[in-house]
Design a protein around this ligand. Structure first.
Ligand SMILES: *Cc1c(COP(=O)(O)O)cnc(C)c1O
Length: 389
């Protein structure tokens, strides 16, 4: 039993029927958001009940879109550890740094959350095949859940993506097309090549349910902190689903009566070679201009244009947060520090929050008595090419 009632356009507010496949809003072409009857859910479920459930993201199933449990695809995604990073905190001369270790998810990144939920729901609604443009991790995660559902997947990635990403998709039975260009070019080519076929487009925020999978990070942080939220959350941002999703989760949890009105300040980190959100934030824009000549070793952050740009910027501003760009060199240095202090092998994206933390703490934007969660979004094993020395 879930409490999904309808879909709502994040821009024009149009209301749509939730039990059929949708991509973007048919009127204004902006992302659709899933809405639930939280008044009813409030009386039916409680944190105490949830505490007894399996340690994966389906513990919040009433607040997720899948209606019939037979369509629920589970590889053990979610409920990742929220590590109190004592050695790292000590090294930083700081009290309370936490790391949310998303690298433990199936396929090694938090993309498993979004695609686990989105593929389950699309399967329930009758999707016959999937396509996705990806910088790497989303393709692997789609391939895994599509395999589990027995539905064909066609993934489109930049041709310079590290080989392990390609290997993973092939091993999981997906069709792989490599593109001369970036993820945005991959999206264009996928859309053109598959136009008229029955491939359902699983691009970030171009269907409503990857966001629902990613929002569970917000529920988990609250549950793991005994229904309190940290002062600051630092998130490496590409398409921004995780940040937008957590912001949505906080709102839902407040309506459910599980948390109060206090919110963390949300921080976006991007790479200096591709920082459209940071630039738009600093220029106080509502939308982000596409970034030209995007280049960074952090493949997941090489997203020159995000459909949900205005939703990311809204969450940053409403939370009194900020946006920071960091260099590739700083990413590698931060990955080394986390590796040798906490025993975690991170991908460069996942190291970005530490660089932003150091900068913001030095500037006094983060105070020494505050609680900070760094989002470690993925495992380092697919990025061994970066560790030649
Ligand atoms: C995709 C990805 C990101 C960016 O996530 P968004 O939710 O799209 O902003 C960050 N880190 C890793 C490892 C990723 O794969």
């Amino acid at each position: 039993m879930n409490y999904l009632t309808h879909l709502e356009c994040s821009m024009c507010g149009k209301r749509l029927e939730a039990d059929q496949l949708w991509n973007l809003c048919p009127d204004c072409h902006k992302p659709l958001l899933a809405r639930y009857d939280l008044e009813k859910a409030k009386w039916a479920i409680s944190p105490k009940e949830i505490a007894k459930r399996e340690p994966n993201l389906w513990r919040y199933c009433e607040l997720l879109p899948v209606r019939d449990n037979r369509y629920l695809l589970c590889l053990g995604e979610g409920f990742t550890p929220l590590i109190r990073a004592n050695r790292l905190s000590e090294e930083m001369g700081f009290e309370r740094l936490f790391i949310k270790d998303e690298g433990l998810n199936p396929t090694g990144s938090f993309k498993a959350r979004g695609l686990g939920v989105a593929v389950s729901r699309a399967w329930e609604l009758g999707a016959k095949a999937f396509s996705i443009p990806s910088a790497g991790n989303a393709a692997g995660a789609l391939s895994a859940y599509a395999a589990l559902a027995g539905i064909p997947a066609h993934v489109f990635m930049p041709q310079d993506v590290p080989h392990p990403f390609i290997a993973e998709c092939r091993a999981l039975g997906a069709e792989v097309t490599l593109i001369d260009g970036l993820i945005t070019d991959a999206g264009r080519i996928a859309a053109k090549g598959l136009d008229g076929s029955d491939h359902f487009d699983m691009s970030t925020l171009k269907e409503p349910y990857r966001l629902e999978g990613k929002k569970t990070m917000g529920y988990e942080i609250a549950e793991q902190m005994d229904w309190n939220l940290p002062d600051v959350i630092i998130y490496p941002t590409g398409g921004g689903t995780g940040l937008i999703g957590m912001w949505k989760a906080f709102d839902e949890m407040e309506k459910l009566g599980w948390i109060g009105p206090k919110r963390p300040r949300m921080v976006t980190v991007q790479a200096e070679g591709c920082a459209p959100i940071v630039r738009a934030f600093n220029e106080k824009k509502e939308f982000a201009e596409p970034w030209h000549g995007a280049a960074t070793i952090a493949d997941g952050l090489r997203v020159p244009a995000a459909v949900g740009d205005f939703l990311i910027l809204r969450a940053l501003r409403e939370s009194n947060g900020t946006a920071i760009a960091v260099t590739d060199k700083e990413l590698m240095e931060a990955a080394r520090i986390i590796g040798r202090t906490q025993g975690l092998f991170l991908c460069p994206e996942a190291a970005a929050p530490l660089v932003a933390f150091q900068y913001l703490n030095r500037r006094g934007w983060i105070k020494n008595n505050e609680t900070v969660v760094l989002f470690s979004t993925g495992n380092g094993l697919k990025y061994t090419h970066l560790w030649k020395s």
